[in-house]
Ligand binder design. Structure first.
Ligand code: G4P
Ligand code: NA
Ligand code: NA
Length: 192
């Protein structure tokens, strides 16, 4: 997606060989017009998949997910990383291990909003090692819902998550895939 790649190139900051800071439009300040285009792109990719629900994880997945939900006309559920005071009944949970932070966290979604008759599109802002997506896949399984696929805003193609998921037969659509990056150059994977 050209508009996104342009934003990454112009506004992204490469903090190390592995970490890209995109606080200017995705992780802190949000660019509504870009988010809208991202939503349209996901909706276009998954328009024939019979999606009934979008599943994401707080916080940075919510913006792209809500825009996709608006375009597809379906509700958006976000997994919570902290126990909610009111979220107590029929919880579906999964553990996510973050290699970057070296910690494991339990995420949860209420079964009320994710059910076995749902066809689910998982959306997230970043795909690195894929632990967050795996946690969400686990929750879709526990709900006995159907997975249509995954939509990612920025995939770091030099980390294993995306390719491992694809090898396992999961449909993964990333709007930008970074193959390598350094302080003065970001290289995107070619589209075919
Ligand atoms: P994984 O899920 O793919 O295994 O990723 P990992 O545990 O390494 O990532 C932990 C957090 O860092 C996630 O956000 C993820 O989206 C984000 N992240 C991973 N790589 C990058 C990167 O290069 N740049 C940026 N900006 N973020 C990255 P989170 O902690 O859940 O935070 P948030 O959703 O509240 O923003
Ligand atoms: Na995220
Ligand atoms: Na994030």
């Amino acid at each position: 997606m050209n508009l996104l790649k342009q934003a990454i190139t112009e506004k992204g900051k490469v903090l190390s060989d592995e970490v890209l800071k995109v606080d200017a439009f995705l992780n802190h300040q949000l660019d509504p017009e870009l988010m809208q285009q991202i939503g349209k792109e996901f909706a276009d990719l998954y328009k024939d998949a019979g999606i009934t629900k979008i599943l994401t994880i707080e916080s940075s997945g919510i913006a792209p997910a809500i825009m996709a939900g608006l375009e597809l006309g379906v509700p958006v559920v976000f997994a919570r990383k902290r126990k909610s005071l009111t979220l107590v009944d029929s919880l579906l949970t999964a553990n996510i291990h973050s290699f970057t932070k070296n910690e494991t966290n339990e995420i949860s979604v209420s079964n009320d909003y994710l059910q076995e008759n749902d066809t689910v599109l998982i959306i997230d802002d970043f795909l690195a090692n894929g632990q967050a997506v795996r946690g969400l896949l686990n929750i879709v399984e526990k709900a006995n819902a159907t997975l249509a696929g995954v939509g990612i805003v920025i995939e770091k193609g030099f980390q294993a998550g995306g390719d491992l998921l694809r090898e396992q037969g999961v449909r993964v659509e990333s709007l930008a895939i970074i193959d390598s990056m350094s302080e003065n150059k970001i290289t995107f994977r070619e589209e075919f």
